[in-house]
Ligand binder design. Structure first.
Ligand SMILES: Nc1nc2c(c(=O)[nH]1)N[C@H]1C(S)=C(S)[C@@H](COP(=O)(O)O)O[C@H]1N2
Ligand SMILES: [Mo]
Length: 210
């Protein structure tokens, strides 16, 4: 119960993850705009989205959030802006999941994670049977939060589910905090990583070379 209790304690003062993401964004913004200024004002007050919008031009906000780097076992490592993610074929999913603060029900839109990753050309050995099933993908948020998926889970042809890198939640753009991993079918919300800044494609052969 220890982990549940600590999560509940945080929840009692608000939404810890949103605060963490917003706080990281505000700190990055402050560092960009006023490098010498201490971040105490923004972190103590908890920045509102209005304050963030008023803080500077959109180019500054873009630099702080909304760009996803893809690295690892890929032939073409690259970054995706929110605009680029919106330019890919868009899918819509309606999902529900459980959190420490109750049940959540949301509609997300965005590209399939598999479509995003295919553009980076994951290295798959054609001489190994179902080599793609050996791959794992991690998604990391701006707060360092991370969750892993096996390749088969994010391949809609395999799992039958649409795993998204969502750019909207309930019709609202996620441009401020960045895209969100959406894993339909997950009972708990833990893999709905918010503010994704990095995707890593890994080969499990490196973990178990035998
Ligand atoms: N970046 C980031 N994403 C995160 C978390 C986090 O701490 N950081 N918490 C996860 C957990 S444990 C849950 S239950 C859900 C909560 O989703 P909600 O904010 O839509 O309720 O977000 C997930 N995504
Ligand atoms: Mo959670």
């Amino acid at each position: 119960m220890a982990s549940t209790r600590s999560e509940s304690t945080l929840v009692s003062i608000g939404s810890p993850r949103r605060r963490a993401v917003a706080s990281a964004l505000a700190t990055a913004l402050l560092a960009t705009l006023t490098p010498a200024a201490p971040a105490t004002a923004a972190t103590a007050a908890g920045p509102s989205s209005t304050q963030q919008a008023a803080a500077g031009p959109s180019s500054v906000r873009q630099a702080a959030a909304g760009t996803v780097k893809v690295r690892g076992q890929v032939n073409r490592p690259r970054s995706f802006t929110m605009a680029r993610l919106r330019g890919l074929p868009q899918h819509t999913v309606r999902v529900r999941y459980q959190t420490s603060h109750g049940a959540e029900k949301h509609t997300f839109t965005g590209p399939l994670l598999s479509d995003v990753l295919q553009l980076t050309e994951p290295r798959i050995d054609p001489d190994v049977k179902n080599a793609q099933l050996r791959l794992v993908v991690t998604a990391t948020g701006s707060d360092g939060y991370r969750a892993a998926l096996a390749w088969a889970e994010l391949d809609p042809a395999f799992s039958g589910k649409k795993v998204l890198l969502a750019v909207t939640q309930d019709g609202a753009k996620l441009d401020e905090e960045g895209p969100r991993l959406v894993v339909p079918g997950d009972v708990k919300g833990g893999r709905y990583v918010s503010g994704v800044v990095r995707l890593h494609v890994g080969d499990t052969d490196a973990l178990d070379p035998a």
